[in-house]
Design a protein around this ligand. Structure first.
Ligand code: NAD
Ligand code: G6P
Ligand code: MN
Length: 435
């Protein structure tokens, strides 16, 4: 029987997770689900936790759902620990977005200055969780959703030494569905290979006959007649430059917009900033509406409103990964995992986001090899930036932080890097114990 602990259990995404477990009830012998939060999230935990209990009951299951602020009680003998916490909650994200934008620089949850600060706040917490896990559940799998998921997963594996960590994201699932829909071929009849790092990966697609369909998909999704649709609620739908994507020969992920068409995305973000409608501000209202719904004692299923959040299909990743490990299902998934030579352009010991079956012993990535030169340079810069951010987060090193800011493609180097870093360090000081 399984014990699953979820850290950040007060998240509005929790019903998504519970729905995913219920869908897989025949393959997941769950006994206990522990939702953990902190004092600041107590009310959310109680509201969404009561909703989780109703969902389980409505499904006729006898799973125990525990709500607690005691992380150690939740971790004790857990088989799987999933993480979905946000240090400083949405107010911290608002600062990550608005402070850079107030200087005319992109501010985003996981990219640029904001993403680096989310890493600074989060990495010390994940390493603390791992310290507890070493003592309380040494055999557990850590399923990390906490953003920036790539850097947090790399910190867990490489610095926390927790090899049994899988980093997850819903973005690849959306791209798989998009490809299937555009080609009119069921998703299961297509073969996908994703490679890169979290929120910065590309993919290629083949059909059952072995024909590569990538270029055709580039035409169908990003071609001159198309509207370059983004399936992500949180990313503005600015069109990529078709000729450039065609030249690349791989399908970009939605987040590549921040890099390939940075000026357009910045322009749009500044408009949102001026209206007081950056994504975190919008999400704060969505979240409030969701929690009003969750308070309804008759609501015992995931409400449609949750689709307004960027994380739809979240549970298709988390719950399927758990089911695949538990049953050695070998589901083909995209996971942030140790590179080990999968991508030859990146260090062996770094974390990459790649395709492969999930077995009882974890993710087994398909070999990718090398990137074309047009992708190689930028991914190496991004990974070097991530490694520098992680080092800064752990050591609280100002020089390393400034270096990361200087090399991050979304932060103009020089005086601006320092101004932004200093302002964000002050704004977030309560959540930066290492600095
Ligand atoms: P949220 O603001 O609702 O935060 C979730 C909970 O975490 C809150 O209830 C909060 O109190 C709690 N929390 C904060 N610090 C904590 C700590 N130290 N220990 C335990 N709990 C703590 O956030 P959200 O919008 O639901 O998102 C949750 C996290 O998941 C974020 O980091 C977000 O970026 C991430 N996310 C990732 C993906 C993905 O693709 N990987 C998808 C969706 C969300
Ligand atoms: C996508 C990304 C997540 C991100 C989310 C933001 O799902 O994969 O990593 O956290 O969007 O959604 P939100 O609704 O919070 O803006
Ligand atoms: Mn993601």
């Amino acid at each position: 029987a399984l014990k699953i602990a979820t850290i950040g259990g007060g998240s509005s995404y929790t019903p998504e997770l519970i729905e995913g477990y219920i869908k897989r009830k025949d393959e997941l012998p769950i006994k206990e689900i522990w939702l953990v939060d902190i004092e600041a999230g107590k009310e959310k935990l109680e509201t969404v936790g009561a909703m989780a209990k109703r969902m389980v009951k409505a499904a006729g299951l006898d799973w125990e759902v525990h709500l607690t602020l005691d992380r150690r009680a939740a971790l004790k003998d857990a088989d799987f620990v999933s993480t979905q916490f946000r240090v400083g909650l949405l107010d911290a994200r608002i600062k990550d977005e608005r402070i850079p934008l107030s200087h005319g620089v992109l501010g985003q949850e996981t990219n640029g200055a904001g993403g680096m600060f989310k890493a600074f706040r989060t990495i010390p917490v994940i390493l603390g969780i791992i310290e507890d896990m070493k003592e309380l559940c040494p055999d557990a799998w850590l399923v990390n959703f906490t953003n920036p998921a790539g850097m947090v997963t790399e910190a867990a594996i490489k610095h926390g030494g927790w090899k049994k960590t899988a980093g997850l994201c819903n973005v690849p699932i959306g791209h798989r569905k998009q490809a299937a829909e555009k080609l009119g071929i069921p998703e299961d009849d297509l073969f996908f290979k994703f490679a890169g790092i979290n929120h910065f990966h590309w993919h290629r697609v083949w059909d059952k006959q072995g024909n590569e369909r990538t270029q055709e998909l580039i035409d169908l999704i990003y071609g001159p007649q198309e509207d370059s649709e983004s399936h992500l609620k949180n990313i503005h739908n600015a069109p990529f430059h078709y000729e450039q994507i065609k030249d690349l020969g791989m399908l970009p992920c939605g987040y590549h917009r921040y890099y390939y068409i940075e000026d357009e995305m910045l322009k749009h973000s500044i408009e949102e900033f001026e209206k007081g409608e950056t994504r975190a501000q919008v999400v704060k209202e969505t979240e409030a509406r969701l929690f009003e719904l969750y308070k309804d004692p008759n609501l015992d299923y995931k409400p449609k409103e949750l689709e307004q959040r960027g994380g739809t299909h979240y549970s298709d990743a988390a719950c399927e990964l758990i089911a695949s490990i538990h049953n050695d299902k070998r589901t083909d998934m995209v996971v942030s995992t140790e590179n080990n030579g999968t991508i030859t352009d990146l260090p062996y010991d770094c974390v990459v986001e790649v395709s492969g079956p999930v077995t009882a012993h974890g993710h087994e990535p398909y070999n990718w090899g090398a990137f074309p030169p047009a992708a190689r340079g930028i991914i190496q810069v991004m990974k070097g930036m991530e490694e520098t951010v992680i080092r800064a987060a752990i050591d609280g090193d100002y020089g390393a932080a400034l270096h990361a800011f200087t090399i991050n493609p979304l932060v103009p180097g020089g005086a601006m890097a320092k101004t932004l870093l200093d302002e964000l360090l002050i704004a977030h000081k309560d959540h930066l114990p290492n600095f």
